[in-house]
Design a protein around this ligand. Structure first.
Ligand SMILES: [Cu+2]
Length: 296
């Protein structure tokens, strides 16, 4: 009798939804009665209740996806309404922007340099920069003016507070961080493509493979200006956007309109700050490398 009931129980679960009618008897442990075998089956939930359970379950999954940031692999995109809809941005779309930050954390300098690029920015060769200087010892750079660049290689360090202003931080020097990141061969005097010989060849043969077609003569880099960023090295932020000032503790924001996809091209490179100073001959130089940190 018991074995038969168990067999019936299994077949009932898989085939026919049944409604519990004898729960009172089961509660007393009387399993011999017909109908009692249906109590433990999921089929005892009516279709209406099942719809409610399904809806609640779906909402729970949706909330978990939002809270954890995990989205299902299939489907990869779920749209409710427009492409910019709330749910599309929260659930169905992949990461919409990339952010890299160089963190300078030294006794005499605490600052962050952040670059952010949305998918649309990437398509438009643009990016946004935000620089925050939280602490700056003016003895590091009395002029308060900094050039800033993305250099070819990583590096992290700062110049000694009492160093000669014409010298660079050892950890940021040319043999560590290299020249300016310059994938479009704008070929300024500090381009990464000077050391490898490409810029000298372009100059001597008057070639201009990128940008606005400026001929790469020795002085052609003067065309790099904030209103003509495509003549600049991608890594020459001060050339494209202007100098940083150390006297402001407000965010310094810039729109870069000559930028490569930052996640694949800037990540891991150094952001180098140069201090501008007055030379013995009265001229100004912004060549010395004051500090550097990596975009990550
Ligand atoms: Cu530099």
């Amino acid at each position: 009798m018991t074995n038969n009931n168990n067999n019936n129980n299994k077949s009932n679960q898989e085939s026919t939804p049944l409604v519990v009618q004898h729960d009172r008897d089961v509660a007393t442990g009387d399993l011999s009665m017909e109908g009692a075998v249906t109590l433990t089956t999921p089929t005892s939930i009516s279709s209406g209740k099942r719809a409610v359970v399904g809806l609640v379950g779906g909402l729970v999954v949706l909330m978990m996806m939002v809270l954890t940031g995990n989205t299902p692999t299939t489907p990869s995109k779920i749209y409710w309404g427009s492409d910019d809809g709330l749910f599309a941005s929260l659930v169905g779309k992949k990461k919409r922007s990339v952010t890299l930050t160089a963190v300078f954390y030294f006794e005499d300098l605490i600052a962050t340099v952040r670059v952010r690029q949305s998918k649309k920015d990437e398509q438009d060769n643009e990016a946004d920069w935000k620089v925050n200087i939280y602490h700056f010892n003016d003895d590091l750079c009395p002029s308060g003016a900094l050039n800033w660049h993305v250099h070819e290689y990583p590096g992290y360090g700062i110049r000694a507070i009492d160093a000669d202003p014409s010298t660079s931080a050892v950890a940021c020097a040319a043999d560590v961080t290299g020249g300016h990141y310059d994938p479009t061969f704008a070929c300024g005097p500090a381009s990464q493509n000077n050391a490898n010989g490409v810029c000298p060849i372009l100059r001597s043969t008057a070639q201009a493979p990128a940008g606005t077609g400026v001929v790469k003569t020795d002085d052609s880099y003067a065309a790099c200006q904030p209103d003509n960023q495509s003549s600049c090295e991608v890594g020459d932020q001060s050339g494209k956007l202007g100098k940083l000032t150390t006297s402001s503790y407000r965010s310094q924001r810039f729109t870069d309109t000559w930028m490569t996809p930052i996640e694949s091209t800037l990540s891991g490179r150094s952001l180098v700050l140069h201090c501008c100073y007055t030379k013995d001959d009265g001229g100004t130089s912004c060549g010395p490398r004051l500090a550097c940190a990596n975009l990550e």
